[in-house]
Design a protein around this ligand. Structure first.
Ligand code: FA5
Length: 353
């Protein structure tokens, strides 16, 4: 039996050598060490052996079992390492990029033209001491109208078609709406700081309007407000001129004309010579050669009062820049609807790198 056990180990070793998968190794293990395996078969003969023979065969059988177990563990590890190395060779990372992606052929993202202009304007106004504020899209009628000198029955409420919410009114009994202009931030700004102050507030506004080449239902404005002592129309015009010069990096023709907005007095419309048609007339400027861009004016005393500011002591100016229209003028875009089209062929023209 001792010889049988030793030759069994030899045949095990030979069979093991040619195996290549862990499953085959485990099958071989059960052939040899399993309940009905080859070692058990040999040990069945123990019943006919003498006590002396048994003393010898027992330890030998254990030794052979341990050796089989050890060889198998080694083989399993060997196969595992081989598999890992093969996988690593397949998934090799080429840090030189020589054999994979060509440097330069990679696609980079870029900023939307509106984001580019917005960042540029924020930098310009920050450099002139303005803060940049944000405000909620969902407002109640106090912030969008009443505090801006537009009471409930005022015809000016119809100047901007409003998306109203049908939900519960606010705690103060005011109806909710999607803000129609960023002038709402004037009110938040006044109520949360003491004069003197100056801030801008870029953001999205919503109007229930028919769209065309220069009108969207969801578009962006950039509000500006400066409150202090003895502020004049001259100050207002100075800041508007500096901002436009910095944005266009060249002289652009503008005109200032009287404009009516209940929240400013006097109020102005600042139009820009249409940069799409150079003033000849097109669908963007509705054949007039001019585009309404930057309404502005001196803050109405009622608005200052609603913002908790004494109009006897302080005054100020405010403006509401049409940010999307400015983007159109800067880049010569002939339809505002391109801006939100999500068309990559449009967006890709403005990559910054
Ligand atoms: C206002 O919204 C005022 N809140 C602006 C203001 C602020 C005046 C502070 C005085 C003081 P208006 O409705 O004109 O005004 O809009 C301002 C600018 O937004 C317009 O000049 C135009 O450039 C842009 N705009 C208006 N409607 C649209 C639209 N449907 N699509 C794209 N841009 C628009």
């Amino acid at each position: 039996m001792i010889e049988q056990l030793e030759s069994l180990f030899d045949s095990f070793e030979k069979s093991l050598q040619v195996l290549e998968t862990q499953a085959d190794v485990l099958n071989l293990k059960s052939d040899y060490l399993g309940k009905k395996g080859k070692v058990s078969e040999i040990l069945k003969g123990l019943k006919d052996a003498t006590p002396e023979q048994r003393k010898e065969i027992g330890p030998k059988a254990n030794e052979i079992k341990d050796k089989i177990q050890l060889e198998m563990t080694k083989k399993l590890q060997e196969i595992e390492m081989k598999e890992i190395n093969e996988k690593l060779a397949q998934n090799k990372i080429d840090i030189t990029f020589k054999n994979s992606i060509k440097v330069g052929a990679q696609k980079h993202g870029g900023f939307h033209p509106r984001t580019l202009i917005r960042q540029e304007i924020e930098d310009i106004f920050l450099s002139m001491g303005f803060e940049v504020l944000d405000g909620p899209h969902v407002e109640n009628e106090f912030y969008n109208f009443e505090a801006l000198n537009i009471p409930g029955d005022h015809p000016a409420r119809d100047m901007q078609d409003t998306f109203w919410f049908k939900d519960e009114k606010s705690e103060e009994g005011k109806k909710h709406l999607l803000r129609t202009h960023t002038s709402t931030v004037q009110v938040h700004g006044m109520l949360s700081r003491k004069p003197p102050f100056r801030f801008i507030a870029p953001g999205t506004v919503f109007r229930c309007e028919r769209t065309d080449a220069s009108h969207e239902m969801v578009f962006q404005q950039l509000e500006g407000m400066m409150v202090g002592k003895d502020i004049s129309v001259g100050n207002l015009i100075y800041f508007m001129k500096v901002a436009l010069k910095e944005i266009f990096k060249r002289d652009v023709e503008v005109r200032l004309r009287p404009g009516f907005f209940p929240f400013v007095e006097p109020g102005f419309e600042l139009d820009i010579k249409c940069q799409v048609c150079s003033g000849k007339g097109c669908s963007v400027c509705k054949q007039t050669g001019w585009v309404e861009l930057l309404p502005c004016g001196m803050v109405h005393p009622n608005v200052l009062k609603a913002g908790g500011i004494d109009p006897e002591e302080y005054n100020g100016f405010a403006f509401g820049l049409g940010l999307d229209r400015l983007v159109m003028m800067k880049y010569g875009i002939d339809d505002i609807r391109h801006l939100q089209s999500g068309d990559l062929r449009f967006n890709e023209q403005f990559k910054t790198y």
